[in-house]
Ligand binder design. Structure first.
Ligand SMILES: Cc1cc2nc3c(=O)[nH]c(=O)nc-3n(C[C@H](O)[C@H](O)[C@H](O)COP(=O)(O)O)c2cc1C
Length: 368
């Protein structure tokens, strides 16, 4: 029952359960000589924590990261980097009911069948959004590697929440504003409207979904190993592994289906002696290879399934139809917290492909 490892050369193993002892990740294949401190990882983890109790879960984990191996005297050694955070704010009694009354929209029933009832159901176990803390830890290492060696920057934000889409903005606006507001919107005006939608839903005991957009700039041409390890294929796989993700698109995405070739093609031009494209409807990937233009990915997230409104389920003990109102602490919208997770998955895949394509060496010399 494998399935917890991603990557060929920058390999990430995810471990831990929502109410188990800890959650974390092991990174194998990170080059030696990358300057890495716990603060580098902590900064990223802090961005995944509930941004405000009104629009996020009231579960409040401190999420203090511990790097257990693979770093010596402030630099990666080339050995596996094991990182974790201990679970402390656990209230498993809130979940006693779902052992026998699976939540509609969550993995409870299907995991119960697949693992013969042996899985750790508490708080959703391996299917909880909490495991993404480990994704973010590994993503922090990947981000640092990409930034330090190649100058790649990764910028994510909430493009849409509960049907409210951000209006016009630039990447600079998004970079400046996204972590200065609790819904991670690219503009403060959009943040206000998105927050209202979340609060409205929460008031009714319901939840909303939305779309995270993530842009990677400074990516060199040629990352991706067609055909099955095409860059877009690997990015889509990584994004769809995020709990709650329902769809992925690149550049013009699904809108491309309604465009003509002459509208969709990105014309090639020369600027400052470099061949670039005049626009970027491809979203930075063509033929499974990075084009050197910004990589633009959008990930759609569903509305949180655990809601206080009563829903129909089945009591597994006697197969009677039953009602379920979810108590416990849940995000009325997971989108704001998913932003840094999407960034992490982008970084993990790009780091893996940058190593595979030879853009990152196995040892980083001091001063590199
Ligand atoms: C950061 C984050 C937080 C999440 N919080 C919750 C939550 O509080 N309640 C919930 O029901 N689902 C939450 N989810 C989503 C579920 O984990 C997910 O819907 C579930 O595992 C079923 O998988 P699927 O939706 O990908 O099919 C969260 C996801 C993420 C990424």
């Amino acid at each position: 029952m494998r399935g917890n490892i991603i990557g060929e050369r920058f390999i990430v193993l995810s471990f831990g359960e929502s109410h188990g002892r800890c959650v974390g990740a092991v990174v194998d294949g990170c080059p030696a000589g990358l300057s890495l401190r716990e603060e580098d990882v902590q900064r990223e983890l802090d961005l995944r924590r509930p941004s405000s109790p009104l629009i996020s879960t009231e579960r409040s984990e401190e999420d203090v990261v511990e790097i257990l191996s693979g770093v010596f005297e402030g630099y990666t050694t080339g050995a596996p980097i094991c990182m974790l955070t201990w679970n402390r704010d656990v209230r498993s009694e809130d979940y006693a009911e779902i052992r026998y009354k699976p939540r509609p929209g969550h993995a409870d029933y299907y995991a119960h069948v697949k693992y013969g009832g042996f899985h750790d159901y508490r708080g959703g176990g391996r299917f909880s959004g909490r495991i993404t803390a480990g994704f973010v830890m590994a993503g922090a290492v990947a981000k640092k590697l990409l930034r330090d060696v190649l100058g790649i920057r990764i910028i994510g934000y909430s493009l849409e929440i509960g049907g409210v889409r951000a209006g016009e903005f630039t990447l600079e606006d998004a970079e400046r504003n996204r972590y200065g507001n609790d819904v991670r919107a690219p503009t403060l005006e959009a943040a206000e409207r998105m927050r209202e939608r979340i609060l409205e839903a929460r008031e009714r005991g319901d939840s909303v979904g939305g779309i995270v957009e993530c842009v990677a700039v400074n990516v060199p041409i040629g990352l991706g190993e067609p055909v099955f390890d095409a860059l877009d294929a690997d990015l889509a796989k990584a994004m769809m592994a995020i709990p709650g993700a329902r769809g992925v698109e690149f550049g013009a995405g699904f809108a491309a289906a309604r465009m003509t070739g002459s509208q969709h093609n990105d014309p090639l031009i020369v600027r400052n002696g470099r061949i670039i494209s005049e626009k970027n409807d491809a979203g930075g990937v063509i033929g499974g290879l990075s084009t050197g233009m910004p990589i633009i990915v959008r990930v759609a997230f569903k509305p949180t399934s655990s809601i206080p409104l009563e829903q129909k389920t089945v009591d597994l003990r006697d197969l009677s139809e039953a009602g379920l109102r979810m108590r416990g602490r849940h995000d009325p919208c997971i989108v704001p917290r998913a932003v840094v997770v999407v960034e992490a998955m982008m970084a993990i895949v790009l780091a893996d492909h940058a190593i595979r394509a030879g853009f990152i060496p196995p040892v980083l010399r001091r001063g590199d």
